[in-house]
Write a protein that binds this ligand. Structure first.
Ligand SMILES: O=C(O)[C@H](O)[C@@H](O)[C@H](O)[C@H](O)COP(=O)(O)O
Length: 238
């Protein structure tokens, strides 16, 4: 397995020659962390991202033989659309992750009908309090602009989204570049996770990541790297 290991204080780089190799390796790491969490505290709390990258990883993870009935899956972020929408991350997770062995997991969505995104975020924030925080595993994606979760560089109130001391779980996001309004976990909840993976694929994403960790204007993914208590595990394939 072709693998490139680069490290810095804030991240550990795991490079793979093939996307399928990455999917299998990341699924193995996540399954191992969830199993450890279940052994230690009786449950595993996992948050995953949406978008076009995770499908192969979701399929590989869904088949992992772990105690899925003790796993709670939620989302890092969600577009303000119903699960029936092709834009829905809940729909993506239902179709690709909550199948096979992982069908036994409990899924906690972020979207539900509400008057507006602020109301949805407030009721999510209350509803998700009862989850067994902190996250055991969070799997992030990243856009070419260096956004992760729904921390878009042009988001209103970006500082609030990125506040590492926030007590919020879910926050509303308005950002012109996001398409529709979003619901996102706060950075504070993400960086508390026991294992933080960043799953990116393609040369454009590698270039964007290299740019984000170089000196210069701080991009949202850099805020996560800087605030994380442990190195973020970056999984990349061309
Ligand atoms: O709702 C979303 O879109 C994600 O949570 C978002 O943060 C995603 O991870 C990046 O935008 C990368 O998306 P791609 O995988 O489509 O490049």
């Amino acid at each position: 397995m072709a693998r490139e290991q680069l490290n810095s204080a804030a991240y550990s780089w795991n490079g793979f020659a093939e996307r399928q190799e990455l999917a299998a390796a990341l699924a193995g790491h996540v399954a191992g962390r969830l199993t450890k969490a279940i052994a230690e505290r009786g449950t595993g709390l996992l948050a995953v991202s949406g978008g076009t990258t995770p499908a192969k990883f979701f399929a590989a993870l869904s088949a992992m033989p772990i105690a899925w009935d003790k796993v709670i899956v939620t989302l890092v972020d969600e577009r303000f659309v119903p699960a029936s929408s092709p834009r829905s991350n809940a729909g993506l997770v239902a179709a690709n992750l909550l199948q096979n062995a992982a069908k036994a997991a409990r899924f906690v969505p972020l979207y539900h009908e509400a008057v507006g995104i602020e109301d949805a975020a407030a009721s999510d924030n209350a509803a998700l309090q009862s989850l067994p925080w902190p996250l055991d595993v969070v799997v992030l994606g990243m856009g070419p602009d260096g956004h992760t979760a729904s921390f878009f560089p042009d988001a209103d109130d970006l500082a609030k989204l990125l506040d590492p001391s926030s007590d919020r779980i879910v926050l509303p996001v308005h950002a012109a570049s996001a398409g529709e309004p979003r619901l996102t976990l706060s950075l504070a909840r993400i960086v508390d996770a026991g294992f933080i993976a960043l799953h990116i694929e393609g040369e454009d994403k590698r270039t964007a990541f290299d740019s984000a960790v170089a000196p210069g204007p701080r991009k949202p993914i850099r805020a996560v790297l800087d605030a994380a208590a442990k190195p973020v595990e970056v999984f990349w394939a061309p």
